[in-house]
Design a binder for this molecule. Sequence first.
Ligand code: NAD
Length: 454
Amino acid sequence: MNITIAGAGYVGLVTGAACAYLGHQVTFVDVDQDKLDAIERGESPIYEPGLEDLLRLGAWRIRCTRDYAEALPGCDIVFITVGTPHLADGTPNMSYVEAAAREIGLHIGAGYTLVVNKSTVPVGSGNWVEAIVRDAFESRNGRRPDGKFSVASNPEFLREGSALHDIFYADRIVIGSRDARAIAMLTELYQPVQNQDFTPPAFLPRPEGQGAVPVVTTDLTSAELIKYAANAFLTVKIGFINEMASLAESVGADVTQLSRGIGLDARIGPRFLQAGIGWGGSCFGKDTAALVAIAREYGKQFHIVEAARQVNCEQRERVIEKLLGELKIMKGRVIGLLGVAFKPNTDDLRDAPALDIARRLLVRGARVVAHDPVALERARVECGSPGLVFKERAEEVFADADAVVLATEWPQYRELPFATLMGRMRTPVFLDGRNFFDPQQMAGFGFRYIGVGR
Ligand code: NAD
């Protein structure tokens, strides 16, 4: 098939690279020429393990353009994968989706094209996109686009850091449309993933025991709601364990033991039960805000999701409270920060807890010295602020620090020479925001070790 990807960001790049690998012709269309140039050079504009290799494997089937007039003619399926960041009132900014849909309508080719919303968009967006495409087509051609296109929703569930795994070995694929032709085309596209009969890339072997991937076919609205519901549920689960962590600290229990104790219950499950400084990233915050806003639009208050958002916010403030408990005064203190990206194996800084914590420390008069193995350059460009210093080597955040906070559990931090580094600090306070280290071992190195809920 000829596939066009409108928006070569995290979702678009991974989707396009996977389609090219599976044998489709892929055209990336994006407003950012630098991104397109990077892809054409065979480089990934974002850090995502394996993505550059995957782009190279399909390079001869990939082309890039800024011009929808080049990208649309002859295209069978166009995925809209532009960003939908949230506005001040919690509703998503749909201007990028609107712009992409209009361009698609203006430049749709002579044949039939399926327009797929892969961006996370509020309920009703399928209808809205359909209307924009139709109006744009009519304005250019002076006739109705009957039978020339239809719209489907195909929400994306990939996790940054393991996005390739999640695309090829998905838990499920959700396809929503009222048009049987649209469902049939997407089902055909996803067939190799559904049946698991493609040859895996050498660097991404099929997991042992991987079976067929369920395809959930729904109406348009249900598909749109599934994405929000999935993300909201995960934030509730994390929020729950973080509240339990707070209680565990008060009563002298260990939340990691508690997580194991409840997670082994098949009805609960062990995943997303790791207490810590909370979630961040581009999706959870904006998707829960959007869900709350959608519910409000329909006269409903989403107490549980709102509470999960509140708990998450408090988790970040609790880091400051714990540091204050140890250091009493924050003004003039030097706080080291291990990890800046919102989670390991990505360079994504959107709503990163580390940066929020850094800002809270700066407001209280501390200096912050931070390190990240891959997001450093991006952090320097996007998050420069007086009092916030980025260092090339993780060891440097310990020098003369009054405390060090682990914000992102990059595996390489386990290899740090802690016994030596402890001696370089002014006061050896180590706040493990992800319960990543063994408390006894860290205490053995001489640290005053503080975890979350243990
Ligand atoms: P992103 O910001 O990384 O990428 C968006 C891209 O769209 C950028 O390259 C931007 O230049 C481009 N763009 C903007 N306007 C455009 C236009 N009119 N035409 C063509 N390109 C345009 O965003 P992302 O993280 O990939 O997220 C995309 C969507 O997918 C969002 O709705 C998000 O909620 C959803 N999603 C993201 C993830 C994730 O982990 N990042 C996971 C699932 C779903």
